[in-house]
Design a protein. Structure first.
Length: 223
């Protein structure tokens, strides 16, 4: 391709930023700032500054704020949620299913430190601006598979009848994302200093494994 044609194709196309595509850099900056300050508290100019570009560059890739939020939900959050939940479909036993969920959530938070705070701020909280955008893409059949597995274990008498199967996915998220989002706060409490992501994951696994362990069969009394 001639240098003239190359130059013509490059017209209007922003340069790469330190080897990283500018659009990816902007999405990275957006999720970090949304986790720190919330969507409403994050102006476009702040995202551009964090990414090291001008505000005009944001509008080059995202026509408006809604398009940016759609990209954050679809290309950042949904990718992580799919990675966490997709393996559930291949799991038949309840305890490995729950342990796997916890492990993948903790791993996702380690790779993406912004995830727990952003989830609580903009997905779980009332009025969160990413909730509706994310929910419409969720594979609800994976969540239903977990619920159905819990219900089946109840019918077999393996776990307590007092457990509400529909609330189990909420319990998993509550035992993981909530303490992960408050990890910095926990470090300020003298008795909790030193608690880290691995501790949170191990604790959540142990609680869930204990709550959903198969009840031991009682031996019939000999006469």
């Amino acid at each position: 391709m001639s240098s003239a044609r190359t130059a013509q194709r490059a017209i209007g196309r922003p340069p790469r930023i330190a080897g990283i595509d500018a659009r990816e850099s902007l999405l990275d900056a957006a999720v970090e700032l949304f986790a720190e300050n919330g969507v409403a508290g994050t102006p476009i100019a702040a995202i551009a500054a964090r990414a090291g570009v001008t505000p005009a560059m944001v509008h080059y890739y995202f026509r408006n704020r809604d398009q940016l939020l759609d990209a954050v939900a679809g290309e950042r959050l949904l990718r992580i949620v799919s990675g966490v939940w997709t393996p559930v479909a291949a799991c038949k036993e309840l305890e490995p299913m729950l342990r796997g969920l916890v492990q993948r959530i903790v791993q996702a938070a380690e790779v993406n430190p912004w995830l727990p705070s952003l989830w609580l701020r903009e997905v779980v909280s009332e009025g969160g601006q990413l909730r509706a955008r994310l929910v419409r893409f969720l594979r609800l059949e994976l969540i239903q598979h977990l619920i159905s597995t819990v219900a089946a274990a109840q019918r077999r008498g393996e776990i307590s009848a007092e457990i509400e199967p529909r609330l189990v996915p909420v319990s998993v998220l509550g035992l993981t994302l909530l303490p992960l989002a408050n990890l910095r706060l926990l470090q300020q409490v003298p008795l909790l200093r030193g608690v880290g992501r691995k501790d949170i994951g191990r604790h959540a696994e142990a609680l869930l494994a204990s709550a959903f362990a198969k009840a031991p069969r009682r031996r019939a009394l000999s006469r």
